[in-house]
Design a protein around this ligand. Structure first.
Ligand code: GUN
Length: 293
C-alpha cells in the first residue's frame, strides 16, 4: 500500500508555480492577481479564504480580499462582481460559498466573467470541461487528477466508481475521467443516494473516488484487493485532541480499507491540500491568459 501524499505533492506544485511566476516577472510580466469576495463571518469560509491568501503569498501572487456583511444585498454583491469583471488588474476571482440564503449562488456564479472564473463553476467552464475543451477545471477534480498523474496511476480501461454526484466534485471528476486523455479513458460509474448496488459497483472498481460527505462510509468489505482509493470527504467531527475542538474525517474507513489498497489518500493530507493548490494553478493560467485571451 502506498500513501498518496497530498502535502508533498501540493508543496511541489506550489514551488513550480512560484518558479514560473519568478520567471514571468524576470521577463517583465506582472504577478498573477487573485481576488476573493467573502460574505459574512462563517468560520469555515474564513479559514478557507485565509488559506487562499496565504497560498497566494507562497506562489508570489497578488491577492485582494473583499468583505461584505451577511446582510449585503444581492444587487450590491452583483455590482462588486461586475467591478471585478471589468478590473483589468484582476486576473481571476472567486466568491466564497456558501452565500446567505437571500442571495442566489447560481445568479452570482453566472455573473462572473467565465474568463476570470478560476473556481471553474461558471456554466461555460463546466460545459467546456465536459466537451474536453481548454477551460478552468474546478479545483477538487483538478487536484484529484494531479495526484493521479504525479503517482502515474493508470486510468485507461479501468473501472472508476465515483460515489457522489455533486456539481463541484462527482459530476466533473466523472466527466474528466472519461475524456480521451490521460488521466481519462476510464469506464466511469457514478453512484449516489438512490443507487441500489453501491457495494457491488465498488467491489468491481479499480479506482474509487469517494465524495459523498459521510464519514467512514467506504468499508473494507466494499473494496477489492489492489484498489486505488481517493477520499474527498472532509467532515468536521468533534475531537478532544485538537485545539479547535474538531478534526477532519474522510469518507473512507481508512484503517481497515488501507491494507487492501495499492494507493490511498489520507484525510487530512490528501485531496484537500491539492484543492487549494489547483486554485493557484488556475490563477496562474488566468494571469498568463493561457486559456482565454
Ligand atoms: N466553499 C467551499 N469550497 C469552495 C470553493 O472551492 N470555492 C468557493 N468559491 N467557495 C467554496
Amino acid at each position: 500500500m502506498q500513501l498518496i501524499d497530498g502535502k508533498l505533492v501540493s508543496a511541489q506544485v506550489k514551488q513550480e508555480i512560484a518558479a514560473e511566476v519568478a520567471d514571468l516577472i524576470a521577463k517583465g510580466g506582472k504577478k498573477p492577481h487573485l481576488a476573493a469576495i467573502l460574505v459574512g463571518h462563517d468560520g469555515g469560509s474564513e479559514a478557507y479564504v485565509a488559506g487562499k491568501v496565504k497560498d497566494c503569498e507562497d506562489c508570489g501572487f497578488t491577492s485582494t480580499l473583499i468583505r461584505f456583511d451577511d446582510d449585503v444585498t444581492e444587487e450590491a454583491l452583483l455590482a462588486e462582481v461586475e467591478k471585478l469583471n471589468n478590473n483589468k488588474d484582476v486576473d481571476g476571482f472567486i466568491v466564497q460559498l456558501p452565500l446567505p440564503k437571500h442571495i442566489s449562488e447560481q445568479k452570482v456564479t453566472e455573473a462572473i466573467d467565465y474568463r476570470k472564473d478560476v473556481d471553474g463553476f461558471h456554466p461555460v467552464n463546466v460545459g467546456r470541461v465536459s466537451l474536453g475543451l481548454p477551460a478552468f477545471v474546478s479545483a477538487t477534480p483538478d487536484g484529484i487528477l494531479e495526484l493521479i498523474k504525479r503517482y502515474k496511476i493508470e486510468t485507461a480501461g479501468k473501472h472508476v466508481v465515483v460515489i457522489g454526484r455533486s456539481n463541484i466534485v462527482g459530476k466533473p471528476v466523472a466527466n474528466l475521467l472519461m475524456q480521451k486523455a490521460y488521466p481519462g479513458n476510464a469506464t466511469v460509474t457514478v453512484v449516489h443516494s438512490y443507487s441500489t448496488d453501491i457495494k457491488e459497483q465498488c467491489l468491481s472498481a479499480d479506482i474509487i473516488i469517494c465524495a459523498l460527505g459521510r464519514p467512514g462510509f467506504l468499508k473494507a468489505d466494499m473494496v477489492k484487493d489492489g484498489v486505488v482509493v481517493i477520499d474527498v470527504g472532509t467532515t468536521r467531527v468533534p475531537s478532544t485532541e485538537t485545539k479547535s475542538g474538531f478534526r477532519l474525517k474522510g469518507d473512507v474507513d481508512f484503517d481497515n480499507v488501507a491494507p487492501k489498497c495499492s494507493f490511498i489518500t489520507p484525510v487530512p493530507g490528501g485531496v484537500g491540500l491539492m484543492t487549494r493548490v489547483s486554485l493557484m494553478k488556475n490563477t496562474l493560467l488566468a494571469g498568463k491568459k493561457e486559456i482565454y485571451k
